[in-house]
Write a protein that binds this ligand. Structure first.
Ligand code: HEC
Ligand code: HEC
Length: 292
């Protein structure tokens, strides 16, 4: 009997501990949301961040940001929601603070967000970028088509289960520039890890879909939702004959130095994102990736 009491007590203590752990919010540094918004800068950030690639479905008449095609993952299929300015179906009713929380802490009004939305990259974005992006999204023509429900099994269909994932694999944080490096290098690193989220496809992930710490950009040979993505480490890029002008070229038109074309999800990334960036941004990314 005594043993049983101890076991029950043990279960209660462990359960309460796990419960508290799950319920503690995952919150990063506070943002300054009083900055003056520049919606035209924000329009560029929609391209820099690749929001269109996931949130627009070419098969659904391409209604801009009105909800994307399913993203198949080992946990089920996620449907990127409607993020137009529709008050009923999109972000029209969202405050800037709610938008910032989704982008920075992976938490939406309905609870924890799934990391199929790469907020683990967007968390690095600057306060000005978040404010401008919000202003631009509020100008996207409203489409009232409701978002499609995700098709994921138990326990991943419970948003609260994402609390544990976030505690284990997600650090809400801001980008910290390296003052010893050039402005272009820092801009490149910001894009690769932050808005451009190159890191989310080009890095190995563990069985729970978390990024393997310390192996960022080493390639994802197992293939995640973005397919099998090669390494973007300097030595591997150089082995594939990339130099800075060659890499800028590939990000512009999809041709590799070996006169091949980049396919799969990278073709979409180039069409919706990198080909529409400024030359300076493509140059910065290439310089960063090919730097020592
Ligand atoms: C790799 C695909 C992908 C990209 C790129 C992406 N998203 Fe998403 N996004 C998703 C998915 C999937 C969800 C649904 C997450 C969930 O339900 O928990 C989502 C959810 C969201 C939400 C929460 C909406 C809601 O109704 O709860 C916002 C806001 C959002 N995305 C904004 C953006 C913005 C802004 C960008 C570009 C900077 C972007 N997303 C880029 C896949 C993506
Ligand atoms: C949605 C997933 C995804 C994202 C995001 C992504 N990539 Fe890729 N990338 C791929 C895939 C898949 C391939 C392989 C394409 C192929 O084999 O044709 C690839 C290939 C490449 C290659 C060719 C490398 C080689 O050695 O041949 C480069 C360079 C590259 N990506 C750069 C980038 C950069 C820079 C970013 C960020 C702006 C980025 N990628 C974001 C999926 C992605």
């Amino acid at each position: 009997m005594r043993l049983l009491r101890w076991i029950i007590l043990g279960v209660i203590v462990v359960g309460a501990g796990a419960g508290i752990y799950m319920l503690t919010p995952v919150t990063g540094p506070a943002r300054d949301l009083t900055l003056v918004a520049d919606a035209s800068r924000g329009e560029y950030l929609i391209r820099l961040g690749g929001c269109v690639t996931c949130h627009t479905d070419p098969k659904n008449k391409d209604a801009m940001l009105a909800g994307g095609a399913g993203l198949p993952t080992p946990f089920g299929t996620f449907y990127p929601p409607n993020i137009t300015s529709s008050a009923s179906a999109g972000l029209g009713g969202w405050t800037l603070a709610q938008f910032s929380k989704a982008m920075s802490d992976g938490e939406g009004p309905q609870g924890h967000l799934y990391p199929a939305f790469p907020y683990d990259s967007y968390t690095l974005m600057s306060d000005q970028d978040i404010v401008d992006l919000y202003a631009a999204l509020q100008q996207i023509p409203a489409v009232d088509t409701p978002s499609r429900a995700h098709d994921v099994g138990f326990p991943f269909n419970i948003r609260l289960a994402m609390a544990g994932w976030k505690h284990l694999f997600f650090t809400p944080q801001r980008f910290v520039p390296d003052p010893a490096r050039s402005e272009a290098w820092n801009r490149g690193r910001y894009i690769v890890f932050g808005p451009g989220h190159c890191v989310s496809c080009h890095s190995p992930r563990n069985v729970l879909g978390g990024l393997e710490a310390g192996r960022e950009l080493a390639g994802n040979s197992a293939g995640g939702p973005g397919g099998k993505a090669p390494s973007l480490l300097k030595a591997d890029l150089e082995a594939h004959q990339y130099d800075v002008p060659g890499l800028v070229q590939s990000l512009t038109d999809g041709f590799t130095p070996g006169f091949d074309t980049l396919g799969g999800t990278m073709a979409e990334v180039i069409a919706d994102e990198t080909s529409q960036w400024t030359d300076a941004d493509r140059q910065a990314v290439a310089e960063y990736l090919l730097s020592e």
